[in-house]
Design a protein around this ligand. Structure first.
Ligand code: COA
Length: 259
């Protein structure tokens, strides 16, 4: 199926592992993501999730085009495919665990969708970004457009989609597609540092922010204020909040448990 799902310490890893196709994401790989996210979501030892491509040539060259004839060639198939993609993106965005995209090389189409569904994106100087839907005659899906719009704004979203051109890492940084660009040789170590911080910080504080931001960003309906209030209450009444206050007064590093 070529999706590698592994737990290493406090981090869940989801690796697109189809290097002979530049880590293109096939149907089975898309389907593997929601259960992987659920597994990490339910595991209290996992504090964060990271997506990457195998090797350093590509994060992912997008959906596996060789399957399009069977998975995206008529209206019904396109509908099913878009539904699957929505499920994947919601599984990442809706997780209480923060997610990071570590991006080397090509990040195209569905690869950009995954990266944008992640909370944080760091890329190597070698990275290149593109959504070439207009070069394939493809109707890019609703949730992908929405996240792109929220991330880069109307003007850039239109240019990215209409021209289908490639953007180098610095251009991606300038338009807010990624949070930071690192020299290729430093990306892994830098990302490890981010993952370390995410695994040390208070899980309920992070989950609270995710809940509130996702409520404001959701496609349908008004933000659920009761849900946001509940997330705040849960955090405010947590052992971790007590521990954070105590550790500050005792001038030591806090040890958060996510409770
Ligand atoms: N789906 C299926 N196969 C893909 C793929 C994809 N999205 N992207 C690359 N591949 C395959 C190529 O067909 C090629 O297979 P082959 O060796 O059997 O010919 C192999 O991966 C290597 O690709 P190649 O184009 O030779 O590598 P490159 O380094 O010169 O270029 C890309 C890499 C990513 C720029 C180029 O492959 C590309 O433009 N891919 C399509 C990207 C795309 O349109 N994605 C959006 C999908 S919605």
């Amino acid at each position: 199926m070529t999706l590698r799902v592994e737990k290493r310490g406090a981090t869940g890893w989801i690796v697109f592992d189809q290097p002979d196709k530049r880590n293109a994401i096939n149907d089975a790989m898309w389907r593997g993501i929601p259960p992987a996210m659920q597994r990490f979501d339910e595991d209290p030892e996992v504090r964060c999730v990271v997506f990457r491509g195998a090797g350093t040539a590509a994060f992912s060259a997008g959906a596996d085009i060789s399957e399009f004839e069977s998975t995206r060639s008529n209206e019904e198939a396109v509908g099913k495919y878009d539904h699957l993609l929505d499920r994947v993106l919601h599984a990442i965005q809706g997780s209480s665990k923060p997610s990071v995209a570590m991006i080397y090389g090509y990040c195209f189409g569905g690869g950009v969708e995954i990266a944008l569904a992640c909370d944080l994106r760091y890329c190597a100087a070698s990275a290149q970004f593109s959504i070439p839907a207009a070069k394939l005659g493809l109707a890019y899906n609703v949730e992908g457009h929405k996240r792109l719009l929220e991330t880069v704004g109307h003007a850039r979203a239109r240019e990215i989609m209409f021209l289908g051109r490639r953007y180098k890492a610095d251009a991606a940084l300038a338009m807010g597609l990624v949070h930071q660009v690192l020299p290729d040789g430093e990306l892994e170590q830098f990302t490890d540092g981010v993952l370390q911080t995410l695994s040390e910080n208070a899980p309920l504080s992070i989950a609270n922010t995710k809940t509130i931001l996702e409520e404001y960003a959701k496609s349908a309906g008004a933000p659920d204020h009761a849900r946001m209030r509940a997330a705040i209450e849960r955090c405010a009444q947590s052992q971790d909040y007590k521990e954070g206050r105590r550790a500050f007064m005792e001038k030591r590093k806090p040890k958060f448990q996510g409770r």
